[in-house]
Each structure stands twice: as C-alpha cells, then as structure tokens.
Design a protein around this ligand. Sequence first.
Ligand SMILES: [Ca+2]
Ligand SMILES: [Ca+2]
Length: 242
Amino acid sequence: MVQGHALTRLGLALLLPLAVSCSANDDVSSPSGNGGESAGGESAGGAASAPLPSGAPYASHVESFSPGDGAGYNEDQLPDIVLGPPRGGGNLKGSLHVLALGSGGEIVLGFGEHGIVDGPGADLVVFENAFWPEGDASQVFAELGEVAVSEDGKTWHAFECDVSGDGHGSFPGCAGVTPTLEYDPEALIPLDPEQTGGDAFDLAEVGVGRARFVRIRDLRTLAPAGKASGFDLDAVGVIRAD
Ligand SMILES: [Ca+2]
Ligand SMILES: [Ca+2]
C-alpha cells in the first residue's frame, strides 16, 4: 500500500551510467504477468542533477518480478522505478516513487557485473516507504519484506524477519521498517545507513561472503486485498561492492 505524501523531488532524474551500460547486456527476464518493462518515464523528467559516477552503489537491473495480489502501482515504470538511488521523504513522509509488490509479491534485483561483498557491519540497504505517523517511531507504518541474497540467482539465503516485532516499532531482520531519508546520492558514497535511512543488512548474518542478487518478498502485512498493496520498493543500495 502506498502511503504518505507526494514526493517533492519527483522531477529529479538520475541517469546511472552503470545502469545504462548494463541494461543492454544483462539477461533481464521480463517481469511475469507484466507484459515486459516500460521505457520508464522517470528518467525523462527535466532534472538538473548530474549523473552519478560510474559504479554508483545501487541496483542496476531487475532480474524478475512476480507481482502479488493488489500489485500494479508504478508497475508501468519498471524497471527504472526501482533502480538507482531512493527518493526518500524523511521520517514523516512515505515516498510515492516506489513499486508496490502486492501481497506476497517478490522481486529480484541485480547489480550488473558487480557484487555485494561482506565487510565489517552492514553491506546493503533496502529502501521502502515506511514512515512515522505523527512522528511516533513506535507506530511506524511498516509493510514488511523478507530479504534474501544469492550469488547465482538459484540458491538463496534469507534474513530471518520477525514480523511480530518488539511492540516499539522494531521488526528485527525485516525490510520495510526504517524510513528512507532525503540525502544527496552524489555526495554520499559509500552509503551510510545513518544518513540514508532504510533497513541495513549484513551478509555475515546469513553466512554469505558475496552476493550478486537481492530478492525481496512481501510478507503480507498491512496488505488489504484488492488494493495497491504490499511492500513498496524504492531502491536497493550497496555499501560494499566489488
Ligand atoms: Ca558485513
Ligand atoms: Ca509502504
């Protein structure tokens, strides 16, 4: 379910050299039930920002998308809608620049020839449009997703997500919990989850040294049937890449 207010920087267009160079060569499978990717209107917006440097630390292609019930929001903007940096609105605003996965839907993102590598602490960040109604973090509007990583796209290692939470707005191991902040993606390389927001994950927790793919699966929380629903993916960022 898409919540929150209109993003103030929808006009921002960030053309990623990495994404562009990879899109022509990567084996991008067509999202199921989607009829293929659109041209993606977002990059056509008149933006003043310069392109990010080559190797910008964000997903560069959509490997697959299996929409769940109630998906559809921004599906016509695939794959661009989930590539590149997030368009966070801060703790109080959920971005509308997201893809609704639908109840039980799942998406797999890749990073071209790059991989995520395990280093000290967190190695990747998943950005959703969670927000704090009336500024109360304990009442976070969270639509939870399970995050899994893979080196070959076949064998997956999932982070254990506690959907029951701790009653204070924390859902350990889950994506879709921490609001995405507004920040300058050109200035913030490498990514720092303290400044970007989003939910950070450490490959060491699932015993993985390197991963080329990230899968996010909606966990059917706060997803009323028949409406645009489920985890709303904004972006996936890489803290440590090779
Ligand atoms: Ca790590
Ligand atoms: Ca959401």
